[in-house]
Design a binder for this molecule. Structure first.
Ligand code: GUN
Ligand code: ZN
Length: 450
């Protein structure tokens, strides 16, 4: 058992997410093993209230530091770390000219391994402790990332990228050696083998991962839906309604579906634990389909601004009421930093404000990247918060990390002023430490990665 004395930021488990943040100016957080031996939060509150119940626990006093939940990121592409910042007119030329050529390199297992190690380390450096991310269409890319995440004990969900048409031939799923089955069947067999190997092992989870409807045949989407039905607790991830030309293309390819989003529902790919990136060009029937199926949107503002895709409609999402959370969408997105992602979301919501008058509160932005994102994954009460029972993944923030941060946060007179100062001025320098929950067989105190 171990305790921290510091300022604490966390979220109430129910109520309006726009107002759910709790901030302790002199707090105490106690972590220790649960019955399964996983390091979890045992108690949280003011130092004055919590200390008497734990008089003998050693306390690490982090004066002037803020402890907050590790960030939860709902959508990225680990093979695209070297694609960040590539110039293109929009999504489709960006895929063709930069993204597909880079993803081809993941045919080499050693290339996968170095990218996976870098990706996990970069997430930790930026305070991301849970991530749902794409791999490539090569099974070795999935193996490499699960292995790297397992080594660092981070919560990570990924899956084999399914695409059996409309991409360069050497990036499509490959047929079985000796021609025993075709590429589509093989991609589904490979996905199932990866589910059996990795899903639920340590802190890892599998996501059935059709890239987006235009790069899959009906047969592949149908097979993915059948796999989802067979494994109800695996995740599903894909892209939808990101870019107007992409929407038009998807409509041409699947004319029988009511909308681009409905295509996924028609193949059994919408449910809880299904996370769709972008969800920009929706109508209210699409929003209702998200709500009714329990699927969630991964809002990726830096990507949408960078690629000129459009603006997520927060007012529409809240009017109809479906789950969403934030994501960096590296390498369409421009940064691993959750502060940059939250600032991008603030800008996007400002655009919406010109039509609806609604704005996003800083604590709502933070919630979307922690407790809200965990809820979108069906992992509420497990990650993304510091309530008792949550796994002890946390970040230690140093609001004095830069001269400007120190000046600005020093003047904050409310929680929203403090949070917005960090969102606007923060980056990896604000993350002093990322602490990952340890398992019983590892050393007893939490592991601190600097
Ligand atoms: N749609 C299909 N593939 C991709 C991708 O790699 N990135 C983004 N942003 N959108 C996509
Ligand atoms: Zn993406």
């Amino acid at each position: 058992m171990q305790a921290y004395r510091a300022k604490l930021l966390y979220f109430r488990s129910s109520g309006d997410p726009r107002q759910s943040a709790v901030f302790e100016t002199d707090g105490m957080l106690v972590v220790g093993p649960n019955a399964a031996g996983t390091q979890v939060v045992l108690a949280i509150g003011s130092y004055h209230d919590v200390r008497p119940s734990f008089p003998d626990v050693p306390v690490l006093h982090l004066k002037d530091r803020i402890i907050a939940p590790g960030f939860v990121d709902l959508h990225s592409h680990y093979p695209q770390i070297d694609v960040i910042g590539s110039p293109a007119d929009g999504l489709l030329p960006w895929l063709e000219n930069y993204t597909f050529p880079e993803e081809k390199r993941f045919v080499v297992p050693g290339y996968c391994a170095q990218a996976a190690t870098f990706y996990v380390a970069e997430n930790l450096r930026n305070g991301i402790t849970t991530a749902l991310t794409f791999a490539t269409s090569h099974p070795a890319s999935v193996q490499a990332l699960f292995a790297a995440a397992q080594q660092q004990r981070v919560r990570l969900i990924t899956g084999l990228c399914l695409m059996d048409r409309h991409a360069p031939a050497d990036l499509l799923n490959q047929r079985a050696a000796g021609g025993r089955c075709d590429a589509t069947e093989q991609s589904l067999l490979d996905s199932e083998a990866l589910i059996r190997q990795w899903h639920g092992v340590d802190r890892l989870g599998y996501a059935i991962t059709p890239r987006f409807a235009p790069t899959s045949t009906d047969a592949q989407l149908r097979g993915a839906g059948e796999l989802a039905a067979k494994y109800p607790d695996v995740w599903i991830q894909s892209h939808v309604a990101e870019n107007k030309l992409e929407v038009q293309w998807a409509r041409e390819l699947f004319p029988a579906s009511r909308s681009y989003l409905s295509t996924y529902a028609d193949f059994g790919l919408m449910r809880q634990r299904a996370v769709y990136a972008h969800c920009i060009h929706f109508d209210d029937d699409d929003r209702a389909l998200m709500r009714d199926t329990g699927a969630a949107a991964a809002i990726s503002p830096t990507s949408n601004l960078f690629l000129g895709s459009g603006f997520f409609d927060y007012a529409g999402a809240d009017r109809v009421g479906f789950n969403y959370g934030l994501a960096n969408d590296v390498g369409g997105g421009t940064s691993f930093s959750p502060f940059h992602t939250m600032l991008g979301a603030y800008f996007v919501a400002r655009e919406g404000q010109t039509k609806t008058g609604l704005t996003l509160s800083p604590q709502h932005l933070w919630w979307q990247h922690t407790a809200g994102a965990a809820r979108a994954l069906g992992l509420q009460g497990i990650v993304g918060n510091l309530l008792p029972g949550c796994e002890a993944d946390l970040v230690v923030l140093n609001p004095q990390a830069t001269p400007l941060l120190a000046r600005k946060t020093g003047r904050a007179e409310s929680l929203d002023e403090l949070l917005l100062a960090m969102i606007v001025l923060g980056d990896d320098r604000l993350i002093e430490k990322t602490v990952i929950s340890q398992a019983a067989h590892q050393h007893s105190s939490n592991h601190i990665s600097e």
